[in-house]
Every structure is written in structure tokens, then in C-alpha cells.
Design a protein around this ligand. Structure first.
Ligand code: MG
Ligand code: ZN
Length: 189
């Protein structure tokens, strides 16, 4: 198993809700752009990936579109709000991959790997083994594992049982694990 910090990933795929932004209540979806709030440290973590030259894309299940909890234009506005808040923090996303489908209706609702496979197909030459998926649900990890992408699970209990190669408490810790200690924080004293 690769330890973190040994090899800079070729691509990082991030879950959205609970990874980049505060999730809605269980089994609900963020429908209001005003309620799309970034999690602490998320913008800085993505900014660090940007600075390291690592492409960062989002892979997100948004079944609420299929159930009518939110419209696709609402979803677009929420995604735009997240993009704008990240930009305020100096962070950039390089792509969005969204599953708006009902359970069992597609090949892309995580834990199925369709979204991740599309992200790789859009970037020819990348090896799945050089990519990493980061998310707060085991379905994120399993979607990666299905096509040979390593997973980092975000979970408050780092001893939790998972197929992930690492468990970290939040995106900032996950990026530190992936890239190693931030030189800026070491020298900026
Ligand atoms: Mg999530
Ligand atoms: Zn889908």
C-alpha cells in the first residue's frame, strides 16, 4: 500500500457534500445556493492541490434532481455558488461530474464508478492507480476501487473499517496526507 506523500497524484476526484461543503440533512440535497457553505479548510486544501499542479474534479451524486427535491437549474446554481466560494479562497476546480439519477437507473451513481470513469476518459493517459478519490462515504471509496482508483475516506473515527487506503478527518488532512507537510506552514514563521 502506498503511503501518503510518496507520489503526487495525477488527478484528485472529490466528493462534494460532506467533503467540500457542509452536507444537507441525511438523505436530503443542498437545494439553495445560500445554504452551500464550505467546510473549514476546504478551499485552502484545494488551493494547495492547484499549486501542486494536480487537477481536481468533483464527482457527486445528486439524486434529488430525479426525485424532484431540486431542479437541475437549482443544482447548477448551488454548484456555481460552491465554485464562487472556492474562488474567493483562491481555489479552482477543473471539472464537475454529476449523477442526477435515481437509484438503479444508471451506471454513474456512486458506488458505481461511471462518474470517475468519465473523468478519467476525459484525461487520456492517466493511470487509475495514480489517481485518488476523497469522500466522506464508503460509496465514494467503492466507486474508486471498482476501477482501480485509491480512496481516502473522510471520517471522524480514523480507525473505522473501510476499503480506503487511508482515513482522514477532513479534506485538509487528506491533502496533507497526499502531498506531505505544507512547506509554507513550516517556513512561514
Ligand atoms: Mg458526501
Ligand atoms: Zn447516474
Amino acid at each position: 500500500m502506498l503511503a501518503g506523500g510518496e507520489v503526487t497524484p495525477s488527478l484528485v476526484l472529490l466528493d462534494r457534500d460532506g467533503t467540500i461543503n457542509e452536507p444537507a440533512a441525511a438523505d436530503r440535497y443542498v437545494a439553495d445556493p445560500e445554504s452551500a457553505r464550505l467546510l473549514p479548510g476546504a478551499a485552502a486544501a484545494i488551493r494547495r492541490l492547484n499549486a501542486a499542479g494536480v487537477p481536481v474534479v468533483v464527482v457527486t451524486n445528486q439524486r434529488g434532481v430525479a426525485t424532484g427535491e431540486l431542479s437541475s437549474s437549482q443544482l447548477d446554481r448551488v454548484n456555481s455558488a460552491i465554485t464562487a466560494r472556492l474562488a474567493e479562497g483562491g481555489a479552482r476546480l477543473d471539472g464537475w461530474y454529476v449523477c442526477p439519477h435515481e437509484v438503479g437507473a444508471c451506471d454513474c451513481r456512486k458506488p458505481l464508478p461511471g462518474l470517475l470513469a468519465r473523468a478519467l476518459a476525459d484525461r487520456p493517459g492517466l493511470e487509475p492507480a495514480d489517481c485518488v478519490v476523497v469522500g466522506d462515504a464508503e460509496s465514494d471509496v467503492l466507486a474508486g476501487r471498482a476501477i482501480g482508483i485509491r480512496g481516502v475516506l473522510l471520517h471522524p473515527d480514523v480507525a473505522t473499517t473501510t476499503a480506503a487506503v487511508s482515513v482522514q478527518r477532513n479534506l485538509a488532512d487528506a491533502v496533507q496526507w497526499l502531498l506531505g507537510p505544507d512547506d509554507d506552514t513550516v517556513t512561514d514563521w
